[in-house]
Unconditional design. Structure first.
Length: 420
């Protein structure tokens, strides 16, 4: 044989190796298996080493006989051709799989190619093309029926366009987040936290607002920033905006700032908060799992030593509320609005809130009921012994100047729910 020629060379550049190509046929149609077997019997350079009627049998035969080529039906029982191709690649790595299908189906073609097939033939392909495909894949090439080539190109073109569109959208979203991180399009609203016994505001929660069309809730922007590895940077920007308003807040009232556990352990956040720690409540959200409580507690310790208080935000809505509370040992726990909503008419919510009131008394932390939107909800949380509240019925988020003017009791008018 000529140097460099394949042992299964079919273009005349080299001589054909005397070793026949060992082929496995796997198809659930006996008639097709028989027809393919008859075809291969008349080929001097091909030998049939076994047949199979489903994926399990095909995998077993391939593992035992180690064929050079396996003709594998796409839709046969026991997991189909894709499963067979993947498993054959594991038990007989040198076997080259050619997929067989009764029709040209682009998703199926792509699935088989991803599973490791190096050829794809539509059933009914001429015998000489089947044999030629076997020889071609043995020579190191790939073989696709003419019927599927156009479809594959079309599908791959659409996939590339989709990826381009997704990349453009991602770049646009990243650009928006980076704009916010730079401070553009960021504003803060402030919502009073009210003493339910007196109706007076004891503090103000800073809530970020982002200006961009179309409008999106702040939590979506923060989630997207996290997905783009810009979450902490965006939080640092919003906290900076909130702290600028601290001089306008009466000295006897605190500023509550939302902070993820990721941001709380960052040195940049600690440095930003330390000069104002004695006037701050740091609200640690409970919507994401804390990977290392020791790191979080250690990061909060310097701020707490300077007078900062820590609140568990959205208690009852996220990860392992009691564990979260016990590990962080907060000064304040905020009951999520899902617990407050309709509490006046829901025995289960009332029972859970009553248990938390008892727990708070035992542990020495204050309770704030979030999302109070009706007079009945307000009356119920008061009766249960919750000391503080927040919600549209008490005061809506807005500019700080308007929020700090509030000093009386809650409005008798029920307001509509917060859309965000």
């Amino acid at each position: 044989m000529a140097v460099g020629a394949s042992p299964y060379d079919t273009d005349g550049a080299g001589e054909l190796d005397t070793e026949p190509i060992r082929v496995l046929i796997a198809d659930d149609e006996p008639a097709l298996r028989g027809a393919l077997a008859d075809l291969l019997e008349h080929e001097d350079d091909v030998v049939l080493i076994g047949t199979a009627g489903d994926a399990d049998e095909a995998i077993a035969v391939a593992g035992d006989a180690r064929p050079d080529v396996a003709l594998v039906d796409v839709s046969m029982p026991a997991g189909g051709g894709a499963r067979a191709a993947r498993e054959i690649a594991l038990c007989s790595p040198d076997t080259r799989v050619i997929a067989l299908s009764a029709f040209e189906d682009r998703p199926t073609v792509l699935e088989m190619l991803r599973a490791g097939a190096v050829g794809y033939l539509v059933k009914g392909t001429a015998g000489e093309e089947i044999v030629g495909s076997i020889q071609k894949v043995m020579a190191g090439g790939a073989s696709l029926s003419a019927e599927v080539i156009a479809g594959i190109v079309s599908e791959l073109t659409r996939q590339l366009r989709r990826e381009d569109d997704e990349r453009e959208l991602l770049d646009a979203r990243r650009g928006e987040i980076e704009r916010f991180v730079a401070g553009e399009g960021v504003a803060m609203a402030f919502q009073p936290i009210v003493d339910l016994a007196t109706g007076d505001a004891v503090g103000f929660e800073a809530l970020a607002r982002f200006s961009t069309p179309p409008p999106r809730p702040p939590n979506e922007w923060f989630a997207e920033a996290v997905s783009l590895a810009l979450g902490v940077e965006l939080e640092l920007t919003t906290v900076t905006h909130a702290l600028r308003m601290l001089p306008s807040i009466p000295e006897d009232r605190y500023l509550a700032i939302n902070c993820s556990n990721r941001a709380a352990v960052s040195r940049e956040m600690t440095a930003l908060l330390e000069p104002h720690a004695h006037r701050l409540v740091l609200e640690i959200t409970e919507h994401e799992a804390v990977e290392d409580y020791d790191d979080l507690v250690d990061a909060l310790a310097p701020l707490r030593s300077l007078g900062a208080r820590v609140a568990i935000d959205d208690a009852g809505a996220g990860f392992a509320s009691l564990r979260h509370t016990l590990r962080i040992a907060p000064d304040i726990v905020k009951l999520d609005m899902s617990l407050t909503r309709d509490i006046d008419g829901d025995r289960a919510r009332r029972a859970l809130a009553a248990a938390l009131v008892s727990f708070a008394s035992e542990m020495g932390f204050a309770l704030v009921a979030e999302g109070i939107e009706t007079a009945a909800e307000l009356a119920t949380v008061r009766e249960l012994g919750v000391g503080y509240g927040q919600g549209f019925f008490l005061a809506e988020p807005g500019p700080l100047a308007a929020a700090t003017l509030r000093s009386g009791g809650p409005s008798p008018t029920t307001r509509s729910p917060n859309p965000s």
